[in-house]
Design a protein around this ligand. Structure first.
Ligand SMILES: Nc1ncnc2c1ncn2[C@@H]1O[C@H](COP(=O)(O)OP(=O)(O)OP(=O)(O)O)[C@@H](O)[C@H]1O
Ligand SMILES: [Mg+2]
Length: 254
């Protein structure tokens, strides 16, 4: 290593910039060969450092979000799910809704891609630098119930409020008792106009009263959730049953 190479390595360590240390010399070689100007060289070196930091932070945030699986928009077959436009989802993936603290809601029957799309948007947000937390509606309620028992419900809501994106999957699969409904309401209203949620449900809003058992509270909840929200209604067959319709559903069994 030349004298200046050793100096670059020392300075990069002092800056905690390992990619600069690793690549400064080889990029300098390319710069000489290809006649880069100073600015271009600096951009290449710093760009490598930034890209590596972003991807590391992104992976950590994806892990911290506790997605049940990692799904992306590239894995989503828009020709199978035609009730949602690729363009609309790509627009959501620009994440303006996070900057505006608004919500995204996916409604639709089983297997139509609600969880997939929620995760894919969450993964995108995590990779772009936003903290994300994923759980089912049941999961959130259990977590808040534990906080309440420990006398720190407000603290927990406050802490969750600092996470820019909360994903709440599977609203409606399990009905809520009155305490669960109250906790869910507290979660939604604590985030209203402050931080975003992605919520998905297999039931239309008109059927939510049954899940929560209290039509008045549900009206207030849906009002807050939907006030600033993009509501996506998914239709069609379950992707899980794709290509197995007859055998699985037994519609044409003798
Ligand atoms: N259009 C699609 N393209 C590719 N994979 C899909 C598509 N729709 C669904 N899938 C896959 O099918 C499975 C079921 O989808 P998903 O979990 O998103 O359904 P859901 O709407 O959340 O259903 P449920 O209400 O039962 O939770 C997942 O493995 C998902 O990745
Ligand atoms: Mg689902």
């Amino acid at each position: 290593m030349s004298g200046s190479g050793a100096e670059v390595a020392f300075l990069a360590r002092a800056l905690k910039a390992p990619r600069v240390a690793a690549l400064a010399a080889s990029l300098a070689e390319r710069a000489r060969e290809e006649g880069w100007d100073y600015e271009h060289y600096l951009v290449q070196v710093l760009g490598e450092e930034v890209a590596s930091r972003e991807s590391h932070g992104g992976a950590a945030r994806v892990k911290a979000a506790r997605f049940p699986q990692v799904k992306t928009l590239d894995d989503f077959d828009f020709s199978f799910q035609r009730s949602v436009k690729r363009q609309a989802i790509s627009h959501l993936a620009q994440l303006d809704f996070l900057r505006e603290a608004t919500n995204v809601i996916f409604l639709g029957p089983p297997g139509t891609g609600k969880t997939h799309l929620s995760i894919a948007l969450g993964v995108q947000a995590a990779r772009r630098g936003y903290r994300v937390a994923f759980a089912t509606a049941q999961g959130w309620v259990l977590r808040l119930a534990a906080a309440k028992r420990a006398g720190r419900l407000e603290e927990e809501l406050e802490r969750l409020g600092r996470i820019p994106l909360l994903i709440c999957d599977e609203v409606g699969y399990i009905p809520f008792d009155p305490e669960a409904a109250a906790l869910f309401f507290a979660l939604i209203s604590s985030r209203y106009e402050r931080s975003s949620m992605i919520v998905s449900s297999n039931k239309s809003f008109s059927a939510w009263a049954e899940i929560f058992g209290d039509p008045v509270a549900v009206a207030a909840l849906v009002d807050r959730l939907v006030h600033h929200a993009e509501v996506m209604v998914l239709k069609g067959e379950s992707y899980r049953l794709k290509g197995k319709g007859k055998e699985v559903m037994g519609s044409e069994s003798p």
